[in-house]
Design a protein around this ligand. Structure first.
Ligand code: PMP
Length: 429
């Protein structure tokens, strides 16, 4: 690190005669530090990724990661459709393709979205490298440094990272057991605008929220949209989990209620497999062109092979039946986690009850700090993600996210037992 005396040394003082620029380089731990663009300052390692190494040790029950559990995929069916693809249309599938994405998959995506009440034209769909890249492209076309993006409190850690990398300020908006609170959204927009800030959009995850586990009712979606109309706000609707509900038919997407105020993000990562890295944006027609230009500058085109592979899978396999198989498996794990929490959590701990998706959000009694507690939990061989990871402003230390998607029900029960022991000890301290 640079010392004060070196920085302030004037020519002719008792400093050695090495040129200043070399001295500076020699003493820096990261000699590239002055070269990075300002937008990199907001790029920090994800708390979840940092946890992976520890959480993946076999003796640790990891309730931390949000990896979909794809063990039930029919690999024989996927394998034979890939073989047919390579032998039948391999050269086309391995060639560059359209920047917007291949027409066949865009049509199939419209069929998928129909399940959540969305009626869309394939022309308005842009294929992306997972919905993570969709978040990046949306930010790229809408966000200037200093703009404000409204996010739920808490929000998806990967979205917060993207917004930060575009030098946006994230302002969190309150949630309750039905998700984003419309009145809080209205207040936030009005207060920020009154303070001269440019609010670019609200980013929301309406179904089976990551990390909060809650879902917006249809009435709540309508109320949020009404506030967006009233305040002329764009809504970014991120919906990776919507088809993974346990009980009822999916609730219509916010996008099904409005064609021109909502930019909708979808993905095959949770309903099929994340390794193909295929997601999409359904944008108002006027926005589509900018998105495609952004996609072309980012990738030339999204991966053609993956798009063909997914199109073949959707055409040849009972993909809706497969989603039900996944949902049933996740429901069993959700039930195990809720049983474990009821049995093992000490007085004062509360949690959300997800009706789908992967996550439960825990609130600890006042005075406990999930971040400070994590090393002790890992020593007790259980891992979770501290709530602070899901806030841009350091809030969240009384919360933590538990995922039930990956471990078996028996491991989940063991995990909540270990977490209960840790918490019982903490509350005694
Ligand atoms: N949005 C949310 C809310 C997510 O939970 C995830 C994945 N964990 C993503 C977007 C990104 O998913 P992918 O890029 O695999 O589509």
């Amino acid at each position: 690190m640079e010392s004060t005396s070196e920085r302030e040394a004037a020519p002719g003082t008792s400093q050695p005669s090495t040129p200043a620029v070399l001295r500076r380089q020699d003493t820096r731990l990261d000699s590239y530090v002055d070269r990075y663009a300002a937008r990199t300052h907001g790029m920090t390692a994800s708390a979840i990724r940092a946890l992976f190494a520890v959480a993946n040790r076999p003796e640790v029950v990891s309730l931390a990661g949000g990896m979909p559990n794809i063990a039930d995929l029919p690999l024989d069916v996927v394998g034979s459709s890939l073989q047919q693809l390579v032998l039948g249309r391999g050269l086309q599938a391995m060639q560059y393709g359209s920047g917007q994405g291949e027409p066949e998959i865009r049509e199939a995506i419209c069929e998928v979205m129909r399940l959540e009440g969305i009626s869309a034209h394939p022309d308005d769909v842009t294929v992306t490298v997972g919905s993570q890249q969709a978040l990046d492209l949306v930010s790229r076309i809408f966000c200037d440094p200093g703009d404000v993006v409204l996010c739920e409190a808490p929000s998806y850690v990967g979205a917060l990272g993207v917004f930060r990398s575009y030098q946006c300020e994230v302002a969190h908006v309150a949630m309750d057991s039905e998700g984003l609170v419309p009145e809080a959204l209205r207040e936030a927009v009005l207060a920020l605008r009154a303070a001269g800030r440019k609010v670019k959009f609200v980013y929301t995850i309406p179904s089976f929220h990551n990390p909060a586990g809650v879902t917006q009712s249809l009435e709540r979606r309508e109320a949020i949209l009404a506030v967006a109309e009233e305040t002329d706000l764009l809504v970014i609707e991120d919906n990776p989990y919507g088809l993974l509900g346990f009980d009822a038919e999916p609730i219509p997407a916010i996008r099904s209620l409005s064609d021109d105020r909502v930019v909708y993000l979808g993905t095959f990562s949770k309903t099929f497999a994340p390794g193909f890295r295929i997601g999409w944006v359904l944008a108002p027609h006027a926005v589509r062109e900018k998105l495609v230009l952004a996609q072309e500058s980012a990738t030339l085109c999204p991966p053609t092979f993956s798009q063909f592979a997914i199109t073949a899978y959707l055409a040849q396999h009972d993909w809706q039946g497969q989603i039900k198989v996944f949902a049933e498996m996740y429901r069993e794990r959700r039930d195990a986690m809720l049983t474990g929490l009821r049995n093992d959590m000490p007085e004062g701990v509360t949690w959300t009850v997800p009706a789908g998706g992967f996550y439960v959000w825990l609130t600890l009694p006042p005075g406990l700090d999930s971040q400070a507690m994590l090393p002790r939990a890992v020593t007790a061989r259980v891992a979770y993600v501290p709530g602070t990871a899901f806030y841009a402003d350091g809030f969240g230390s009384r919360h933590l996210r538990l995922s039930y998607c990956f471990p078996t029900p028996a491991r989940i029960l063991e995990g909540t037992r270990r977490l209960g022991d840790v918490l019982a000890h903490e509350t005694e301290l």
